[in-house]
Ligand binder design. Sequence first.
Ligand code: ASP
Ligand code: MG
Length: 415
Amino acid sequence: MRIFKFGGASVKDAEGVKNVLRVLNHEGIENTLIVISAMGKMTNAFEKIIDSYCQKAEDLNLNIDVVRNFHLMIINELFEEKNHPIFIEVENLFGQLSGFLIQNKLTDYNFIYDQIVGYGELLSTKIVSAFLNENNIKTSWIDVRDLIKTDANYRDASVNWELTSKNISKLNQQQLHITQGFLGSNSKGKTTTLGREGSDYTAAIFAHCLNAKSVTIWKDVDGVLNADPRYFSTTQLLEKISYSEAIEMAFYGASVIHPKTLKPLENKNIPLYVRSFYELDNNGTTVEKGTAIVPEIPCFILKQQQILISISALDFSFMVEHNLSELFKILHNYKLKVNLIQNSALSFSVCIEDKFNNFKQFSSELKLKYNISYIENVSLYTIRHANSTAISKIEQKGKVLLKQATKGTVQVVMQ
Ligand code: ASP
Ligand code: MG
């Protein structure tokens, strides 16, 4: 089996859905299972519905209309026959959504979130499936919630691998199945989700359970690049990277493939291809066991809006185990993410990320016991497979505040 995953960007409009057909005609459909996310930015749009519903806000119907009109526009463009069953199927899904909104008595935000957000994937898969059927590719639509079983940790559910593999192994592999990314269900049959951007993970779950030959993630970029084109003017395609290289890159902040997705593949040695859904003759990037990186070029990862803080004891005592362990505890309590550490006898520097806006409180607590100085809004550059040219390229970007090198990986904090 091969698993294909199409993300929101690949089905952001009618053209995108037509392009899925083009990809399948080009690649063939034998022994393939397709995982699809919600169309375009629809998950965000559903989040607006969820928020207005929970806050009993007036714009609830308006927000539903946005999502409804978006899908209606796409099916109007895709299906000339206005009495094609897809029109009713789409309306039915919106009917079910309204039913939930009216009948639901529970107030748990995370539960409500999962019951509503999942319609994004149900809609996209219904539409793509119907469109392919209309164009001579017979598909079988499956409700992934019948297969992927999870705990009840809404919005970040954990997979029950035993039940899930049992369910997935029963699939008839002769058919071209289309199913939803991101979703699962718990033992009560309620919809759960695997965390934002969870569709890649869904593809990996299917691959793992089916002992698939490969997973292909179809994207609007050529593959995995050595730097984020939003911040770097020249980028290069990586032809091959190992699972561990991809995990390292994600650790330093690259928005490559999530380690959660890689783990089930790595365990069974299933290669992951990241390919462009425009340039079908290109190979893209292969993530597999073996050589860390091909070509062996420096990779750049940028984390912005960091805070560099330097901490020393008020009595000039050394920064050693006992105060360090206390510092880490406080950092943890304020949910500050530590991205770089440097220690000397009298001071301890950390580069941190303040996702939850806790830095002010954190620093007031620290000031009771420590001298602190900090610089906000700095950038942390990580260079994997660094060489001197790559390092000086980064150092030219501003003032170097701190630099650290470990085997092949150089990190520079810049202002
Ligand atoms: N639609 C979901 C999201 O946007 C899942 C995914 O796209 O992977 O988070
Ligand atoms: Mg999405």
